[in-house]
Design a protein around this ligand. Structure first.
Ligand code: SF4
Ligand code: MG
Length: 336
């Protein structure tokens, strides 16, 4: 059967203009620049990269909240790239989002019941009475109590608010849930609870997750596959186990090195990634990572590396992926 989601050559470019009258285009921000991946039903694909790498823009493109400059999107086998009107509304019910910030994403003037019921109302699902019943079911599914329905978001902790956001996303029985850094704003002690809840709900309802994260620590516990993004492009994709055991792209290695080692005695042995993320406005020529890569050669400054298959399901975009020294690979990356 076809993947639930197929993303092909997706791009989002913003022209940058100078001058108010007769503005001249002076450049192009390549926020997302040729991203392809698939996501199967019931699967979690993590999209990982530093802030500004284009992962949230990719999520918004997938949800059709913004229009792509290029590329195609297929959902459930159907091309949804250019659909609008009722077809787009019907499709929107099938993909929902859980936002990063549970403090900013819930309307403070709506009760929890109304917050959770709103998507059902928007999509014309059920009547007021059946929606009320459904809200109670959803509260219990996410570990909240029926009396919470009449309270307001400010009465809840961050973790509880994220549970409300998850209940809201699930209210319309989506097939895909985009989780945009759903635990980044939460205390570490709460993160695991929310991750476990997401995994439990995935098993129960066969949900597919596109899970956005800025580091690999959380991904380790939630992903089936991982796609690493750098400056608008995917630089490595692999099953989670392979990515952690045998990362091929130097950027992936750097992200793995940034995970604190569980053994404090071995922390601080790995150098963090030097330099700043270059601007997506006129990104570096050749390999976009060459300005920060410890292995960069002359070829890297000239020639763009494309994603190459290195093992089943494992691809990396580095000219030297096969031959890079294994030295420096002793990260905290091992799966616990
Ligand atoms: Fe580094 Fe060159 Fe590989 Fe790019 S192609 S990641 S610069 S070694
Ligand atoms: Mg973001």
């Amino acid at each position: 059967t076809a993947p639930l989601l197929e993303v092909n050559g997706l791009a989002k470019h913003y022209p940058v203009r100078k001058g108010l009258i007769l503005a001249k285009q002076v450049g192009t921000v390549r926020a997302v620049d040729g991203v392809s991946f698939t996501l199967n039903r019931g699967e979690t694909l993590a999209l990982v990269g530093e802030s500004g790498c284009g992962k949230s823009t990719t999520a918004r493109l997938v949800l059709r909240l913004i229009e792509p400059s290029a590329g195609t999107l297929r959902f459930g086998g159907d091309d949804i790239t250019g659909i609008g009107g009722s077809a787009l509304r019907a499709m929107r019910r099938r993909m929902q989002i859980v936002f990063q910030d549970p403090y900013a994403s819930l309307n403070p003037r709506l009760t929890v019941a109304d917050t959770i019921a709103e998507p059902m109302q928007v999509h014309g699902i059920g009547d007021a009475v059946s929606r009320r019943t459904r809200v109670e079911e959803l509260l219990s599914l996410v570990g909240l109590r029926p009396f919470h329905a009449q309270r307001y978001p400010h009465e809840f902790s961050g973790g509880q608010r994220q549970r409300i956001g998850i209940a809201r996303a699930l209210s319309v029985q989506p097939e895909l849930v985009v989780c945009d850094e759903p635990v980044s704003a939460l205390d570490v002690s709460i993160q695991a609870q929310v991750v476990n809840l997401l995994k439990d709900l995935q098993r129960r309802f066969g949900l597919a997750y596109l899970f956005i994260a800025h580091d690999l620590a959380v991904v380790k516990h939630v992903a089936d596959r991982v796609a690493v993004m750098y400056l608008g492009q995917i630089v490595e994709t692999a099953p989670k186990r392979d990515l952690f055991a045998a990362p091929r792209h130097p950027y992936t290695r750097a992200l793995l090195a940034a995970i604190p080692h569980p053994d404090p005695a071995r922390r601080g042995q790995v150098k963090p990634l030097g330099g700043d993320l270059p601007s997506p406005l006129n990104p570096p020529a050749g390999c976009r990572f060459h300005t920060r890569c410890p292995f960069a050669q002359e070829r890297c400054r000239q020639e763009v590396p494309t994603l190459r298959r290195l093992a089943p399901g494992h691809e990396a975009a580095c000219h030297f992926a096969e031959t890079l020294p294994a030295a420096g690979l002793d990260f905290a990356g091992g799966l616990s």
